[in-house]
Design a protein around this ligand. Sequence first.
Ligand code: DGT
Ligand code: CA
Ligand code: CA
Ligand code: ZN
Length: 574
Amino acid sequence: MTNADVARAFDEIADLLEIKGEDGFRVNSYRRVARTVGDLAENIVDIAARGELNTLAGVGKSSAGKIQELLDTGKLAQRDELTREVPATLLNLLDIPGVGPKKIAVFWKELGVTGIDDLKSAIADDRLKGLKGFGPKSIAQMQRGIEFRARSAGRVRLGDVWNVAAELREAVGAMSGVKRVESAGSLRRARETVGDLDLLCIADDGAAIVQRFTQLPGVTEVLAAGATKGSVHYEYRAGRSIQVDLRVVPAESFGAAWQYFTGSKEHNVRLRERAVKRGWSLNEYGLTEGDDVIASASEEDIYAALELPWIPPELREDRGEFELDNPAGDLIELSHIRTDLHLHTPASDGRSSIAEFAAAAQQRGLKLICITDHSKSSTIANGLDEERLYEHIQDVRGAAREIKGIKIWIGTEVDILADGSLDYADDVLAELDWVVASIHSGMGQDVEANTRRTLAAIENPYVNCIGHPSGRLINEREAMALDVETICHAAAETGTALEINANYYRLDLKDQHARLARDLGVTISINTDAHDTEQLDQMHFGVRTARRAGLRRADVLNTWTPKQIADFVARKRG
Ligand code: DGT
Ligand code: CA
Ligand code: CA
Ligand code: ZN
């Protein structure tokens, strides 16, 4: 049982209590425990073993007992009791954007709604109208939330399963007789969400490998187990499963299989057309002419035989990749990244200190970081008012003088307010080395308003980058309505970068918008928005998104020298 499992269990109890109608104080005490446990650096199991559960913030004797019960039995008696009164199916409705426990309480008690289908028909029959807290706006928002859920159903964020795929590759690779294991499918192409995981390995005895694959710990259901293919449901986190397909192929056709199962389907269709034009056929076994094999051992061989350079997986979406002269050589790579210009320390809502970020960034080969804590309007993120900002500037400048081997800049992530003005005055921004401006509130406005706000920020001479421009959270919150093309034109004209936020919940700009931005002459900045040093490791998700956009090294500001970036800032300030 992980800290996250314990936190989730307490959150669930809080949800059930809130739906039941318990008072806020009691509900919040469970939420507090969930937050405390979720934020722990140390494993809760170890703390429990030392008998120190009740030393944690917000954890009293009774909560400590419940945590212990959960660790010992994997269950909570209280949850079972609660679900006798409150249908547990109501918890699924919490996944719908715009629906919280308070709303659920109302339509459960008033209309007997216990699940998504009930809710859909209640909306369709206009039965929510007139209920307390359900205006036309909130009903429309729920309706959109339900549709959004339906579209994202069954797909998981790339970052939720990236390490899971690595663990599975390791497990398969450790089986005797396995000579090579690779990921294929949408994960290898680094799509922002994936439907299932595809693994490929080289081995002679397929049936034996598939057998062992289906017996891995974590497998909850075996869908298929043959001589060359196994398909399972794999539980990668308590309560979350994903389908995993493993194919076992001989070494001589590995390249053909890897190419085929990497996809995309659209890319493969185009590639097969090229083969057919030459009178050949292409499938997962090889590129062949009649009985003769033309290429099959490596992907490079197959592309070369079709008179193409090897095409990096991120580009294989039939978006013009067949027309590129040097698709691999030009693309941005993680090793090109020298700076991270969007980081949060405990001065606002981050968890790692300036010195910790500096050390961790240096380990990852970075030459420059910029500390960009939140501004005062982001009150939930503990944003800095001017006075605290000035102190923070001194702290960062002091750290920068002391710490060798990496440059440390002071910046801000300043809120773009509802009317397009910024949360700090220009003379305050002028004190900073780099300014990220982001929208964090009021995203429900219409496309004109959101575009106008963003344009106003872009026009400000001190704003160097628009952070997570669309505000989306993958599978959780839809992008705000925004005229991306107009924003790109303005960004290009003013010398303002647009961000690819590398956090895997965001990946914002998304691939297609980043491609549009680059085509319109915008400089792209890839940043982690890390709140602790571990999140610096998410940079590669941003880089992969940039690769999907076809960005080259020079398109990405974070590959430049500090001097070049300082010149970019100075040019806009005039
Ligand atoms: P996903 O899992 O929905 O995120 O997307 P993929 O791309 O991983 O798709 P998946 O797992 O269904 O299949 C893996 C790859 O296998 C896919 O990208 C291309 C190849 N593939 C599967 N079915 C077909 C097919 O009917 N025709 C062609 N040309 N390729 C296919
Ligand atoms: Ca797949
Ligand atoms: Ca698959
Ligand atoms: Zn941020």
